[in-house]
Design a protein around this ligand. Sequence first.
Ligand SMILES: [Zn+2]
Ligand SMILES: [Zn+2]
Length: 331
Amino acid sequence: MSNTLELYLKRPNELELRTAEMASRLKDNEVKIKMIYGGICGSDLRVYQGAISYAQYPIRPGHEALGTIIEAGAAVPYDIGTRVVVFPNTFCGTCEFCLNEKTNICIKKKPLGVAIDGVFAQEVILDAKYVFPVPGNLPDERAILIEPFAVTIHALKKASILPGTTVAIVGCGTEGLLAVALALHLGAKVTAIDVNPVKLEIAKALGAVTALMPQAVNGELFDVVVEAAGVKAAIQQAMQIVKPGGTMIALGITGEPVNMSPIHIVRNEISILGTIIYTLKDFADAIEYLSCPSLFVEPVISKVVPLADYQAAYAQALSGNYAKILLAFAR
Ligand SMILES: [Zn+2]
Ligand SMILES: [Zn+2]
């Protein structure tokens, strides 16, 4: 056995940094990764707070991971030293959905850091089928956004977004902000909506964006509305600001029932499309988009915090006043 330093969530709200044992021999299909960055995501915060019903405890949290392969099993096609991102949702490969390339809705899907141990450790061992090599020209600070950006790509593929398409993004957390960045990149006219002025400032830093508090939206309608807040009031507003014939993409997650008016949806021919995580193709597309220097995402990273300061990192992420906070794992 060898040791590594990991975050460990004993039960909701009890997070610690501890030394854990890890297997000293890899299976043929496994890689050992030395972590560079881990991104703290909204779902990590909900697991921390005990707000996800299917979360398992105790658990090692985290799913957004960039690292370097430091050991590889005999059947692994990657060299030692390859930088990789983790594809953090398992899939069976044999169910009806996997066979149709919809691994995102695999019936046996298990999200890392929620249902099975995640990646917030200095070293992690994973099946090599869940890692993607990162091209050399992609800096660490962009590569760590591959996973959340794949979520955005999968969502925005649901609608046709062309130069001049009017797109409203409701909710400017990391996913909302990345949706702003991608919609701008595709040439859309983008309006960002959030209750928090700090988030609106970050949205504006991404480019030519109209940034509004929810109450400031005044009768304007949009071809595409991306609901990325996952809050009742935001979802209800998102349905109201779709242009007749337009599309609302439902990306935010809540179990809370919302009020909807069927007559409004029917008479205006509004499409409401759900979207969850990404497929393998979306992950590959995320790598390609982020390799393109004209895609501007830098303001989405608010802070880089050393692993030892994980408590401050979680507290800041929970404050709601930051976009992406990264944990830096280098010793
Ligand atoms: Zn995430
Ligand atoms: Zn499956």
